[in-house]
Write a protein of this length. Structure first.
Length: 218
């Protein structure tokens, strides 16, 4: 018998407690949990900036938050997020070099979400067993460093459903690039909110499903 050791991605369950009440449970790899908390609050529509949070504490499997003001209902109202920001096809191809991470190379079991600025440089990166938590970590990190999200691009490794697109919309990120496929619900939500959704991106081609006006051509 041949014995071997395989590295696997760790996932645990965390409770997000907002103003003393459990708001949601999050499956996530045990890293960058403060960023996970901030990003999840953005994705839930509960905050839009760091100033909306009075206190955050990570203890064990609990992420506890006190908001500066009573939080809204979290509904996503359709809006035309036409921020004045465009990218070139070369930007799309160049961004793909950031897709692979060390965690993925070691485990083949991790998603990544990377936020890039208008020069195609990394602002923040989330790596997680869950594509949802990878998004939230990246958004949270970007919020923590004061990134201009209205002039940013979110590069993702996973499929683009309505849930994933909604995270970008709430974070005011105007462009999403993914190597994976879109889901019809994600395309619909992107179109309703003026978000540019680019999928099936590889080194030679990509498809634009919404917001083609943000792609500048020669």
């Amino acid at each position: 018998m041949v014995k071997s050791t395989e590295l696997v991605t760790i996932e645990q369950r965390y409770s997000l407690i907002v103003d003393g009440e459990i708001t949601t449970h999050i499956n996530s790899s045990p890293s960058d949990l403060e960023a996970l908390g901030y990003g999840n609050l953005v994705s839930l529509g509960l905050i839009s900036s760091m100033s909306d949070v009075r206190m955050m504490k990570v203890e064990g499997n609990e992420i506890s938050v006190e908001l500066a003001m009573p939080h809204p209902d979290g509904n996503l109202d359709s809006k035309d997020a036409m921020y004045p920001f465009t990218i070139s096809p070369e930007y799309v191809f160049r961004s793909l070099e950031y897709l692979e991470t060390e965690t993925y190379r070691k485990t083949s079991g991790a998603h990544s979400a990377t936020i890039l600025d208008d020069e195609c440089s990394i602002v923040a990166r989330g790596v997680d067993a869950s594509r949802h938590s990878a998004y939230d970590k990246a958004i949270g990190m970007a919020l923590m460093v004061g990134a201009d999200l209205e002039r940013s691009v979110l590069l993702a490794s996973g499929r683009q459903s309505a849930e994933m697109v909604a995270k970008a919309v709430r974070a005011t990120i105007p462009i999403v690039i993914s190597k994976a496929a879109p889901i019809s619900s994600g395309i619909d939500l992107a179109r309703e909110n003026g978000l540019t959704l680019i999928c099936f991106a590889d080194g030679q081609k990509f498809s634009v499903f919404s917001g083609v006006d943000r792609i500048s051509l020669p």
